[in-house]
Write a protein that binds this ligand. Structure first.
Ligand SMILES: NC(=O)c1ccc[n+]([C@@H]2O[C@H](COP(=O)([O-])OP(=O)(O)OC[C@H]3O[C@@H](n4cnc5c(N)ncnc54)[C@H](OP(=O)(O)O)[C@@H]3O)[C@@H](O)[C@H]2O)c1
Length: 310
């Protein structure tokens, strides 16, 4: 009986492995085909995660439209990409569009320019963003608005400006680079956490409303990434924070996160959390034991205030 059982299990196991391998191969091929020659718009391509996303999407054969505020930095990146050693996919010379996400008029003009680059947009990666460090009681509303304009109203306006052309083609994919802080709120990050919570909510609604047009929506929520985000963060008085926080310095490499973004887009995932065990657990704690989560955050606020005062 034992001999018969083991003789039957081995081929079954190998069969299962074969089917799984075939499934992964098909998934990989479908992903490659989805990204090859796709027109991909990336905002905030001049730095950090956006820059690394540009590299991985370029290597996958996408037709890139790189967006940012700094024309020179965008041109430099275009040259850097063109100099990359040959990839297996055919590559395309990226185009660049310069605009500021806090300027609604500039967004409308930029959307028209973006559409002219390759005639359509297949994938929009809303990546640009700024962070914030400060106490709520010391922060004038103007500063909250600046963070909201960059992280929320700007991406929303750009998405709305590009959606009609996607709807017409019944094809398109919108990505929102949110944050784990779009799911949990950490003290002294109010404007940033609020902007990312708003991002999560807006793009969740968009996903449901766009299903009828076969337009995909992916919300990506990373934990800390080692980029210039904390250096570029604004403080309560609107000035640049200029500090590389320990948490940011110890964050994941933007190269690795960009690869995860590419995979999430290629697999048309609806939502991805790219964070370590502790922040991921905090998301569950916020949902399942909010009282405990609030106590932990209050204690964190007390500690941070004490260390600031000392
Ligand atoms: N780093 C992290 O720990 C972390 C964690 C979770 C989520 N994220 C998210 O990841 C995204 C990318 O951030 P990053 O970490 O790569 O930071 P980063 O290195 O500071 O890059 C931010 C990018 O956004 C652009 N940007 C900022 N304000 C803009 C505006 N008003 N108009 C147009 N572009 C603007 C910047 O352009 P300029 O060069 O012109 O300033 C830059 O290209 C952000 O949405 C951020 O919230 C980051």
């Amino acid at each position: 009986m034992d001999v018969i059982t083991s003789a039957a299990i081995l081929p079954l196991l190998l069969g299962c492995l074969g089917v799984f391998g075939l499934f992964r191969l098909l998934q990989w091929m479908r992903m490659k085909a989805y990204l090859r020659n796709a027109v991909v718009v990336i905002t905030g391509a001049t730095s950090g995660l956006g820059k690394e996303c540009a590299k991985v999407f370029y290597a996958a054969g996408a037709k890139l439209v790189l967006c940012g505020r700094n024309t020179e930095a965008l041109e430099e990146l275009t040259q850097e990409l063109s100099a990359l050693r040959a990839t297996t996919a055919q590559t395309h010379k990226p185009r660049t569009v310069t605009f500021d996400l806090t300027d609604p008029g500039a967004i409308i003009a930029a959307a028209a320019e973006i559409l002219q680059c390759f005639g359509c947009v297949d994938i929009l990666v809303n990546n640009a963003g700024i962070s914030y460090r400060g106490a709520i009681m010391e922060t004038p509303v103007d500063v909250d608005k600046r963070v909201m304009e960059t992280n929320y109203f700007g991406p929303v306006a750009l998405t709305k400006a590009l959606l009609p052309s996607m709807i017409k083609r019944r094809q398109g994919h919108i990505i929102a680079i949110s944050s784990i802080q779009g799911k949990i709120s950490i003290p002294f990050r109010s404007a940033y956490a609020a902007s990312k919570h708003a991002t999560q909510a807006f793009f969740d609604c968009l996903r449901a409303e766009m299903e009828q047009y076969e337009i995909e929506v992916t919300v990506i929520s990373p934990g800390y990434i080692h980029t210039n985000l904390s250096l570029n963060a604004i403080t309560a008085d609107g000035s640049r924070y200029g500090v590389m926080d320990k948490t940011t310095a110890q964050g994941r490499s933007p190269v690795a996160v960009a690869r995860d973004v590419l995979a999430a887009v290629g697999k048309k995932k609806k939502e991805v959390v790219l964070a370590g065990l502790l922040p991921s657990l905090a998301v569950y704690l916020r949902a399942l034991a909010p009282g405990l989560f609030f106590s932990l955050m209050a204690s964190r606020a007390r500690k941070e205030r004490k260390s600031k005062d000392s």
